[in-house]
Design a protein around this ligand. Structure first.
Ligand code: 5GP
Length: 181
């Protein structure tokens, strides 16, 4: 028995698996060029939504990579954003003077991106901090912040798949999709 009130057959694909996979080498190259260094990259995967994107992205790096994982609570089971953010499981190594890459699934209101960027600048003192997101909901912004690099701009739709969930479901889909109104 599933707890799900949505039918996977109603999903409409927004970004195909092929389009996502084609984007990754290009994005990885842009990230490495932005660091402009052959030193290690400390990749911070923001769980849970970034898990697929981050895992696929790091495969394309030529630099040596260290992977770290953090969790931020924001959405819960709702499809609306919240400005009540909290960092959970934030056990990170010393990142002073390191090249740090924050990997996010999507920037929506920008609250999480703002929270994370401030946190990393205040608590850690990276040599260079780059914020990369797969998706950029540019028109939904509530705080003025842009990712340094992103994969795709999307409309203000609630999307699922490729790590992004609805009530915990659909993270396993290899594409990005939405439920038409
Ligand atoms: P923000 O703080 O920018 O409003 O939202 C960031 C977080 O909200 C993302 O990391 C993601 O977990 C969640 N989020 C924002 N938009 C969507 C969406 O369209 N679908 C899903 N599943 N999560 C979203």
């Amino acid at each position: 028995m599933t707890m799900l009130d949505k039918d996977i057959n109603d999903l409409k694909v927004l970004i195909s698996e092929k389009d996502i996979q084609n984007k990754l080498p290009e994005l990885a190259l842009k990230i490495e060029n932005a660091f402009n260094s052959n030193e290690d990259i400390y990749v911070i995967c923001v769980l849970k939504g970034s898990v697929m994107f981050c895992a696929d992205l790091v495969k394309h790096f030529k630099n040596n990579v260290q992977m770290e994982f953090i969790r931020i609570s924001s959405y819960g089971n709702e499809t609306k954003s919240s400005n009540n953010l909290q960092a959970i499981d934030l056990t990170l190594p010393n990142l002073d003077d390191k090249n740090v890459l924050i990997v996010e699934d999507i920037i929506d209101t920008g609250l999480t991106a703002r929270f994370l960027t401030d946190l990393f600048k205040i608590k850690h003192h990276p040599k260079k901090l780059i914020f990369a997101a797969l998706l950029n909901k540019k028109c939904a912004r509530q705080v003025e912040i842009e990712p340094d690099l992103y994969g795709f701009i999307i409309d203000d739709k609630f999307v699922v798949g490729y790590g992004l969930d609805y009530k915990g479901y659909f993270r396993n889909l290899p594409y990005i999709a939405y439920f038409p109104e």
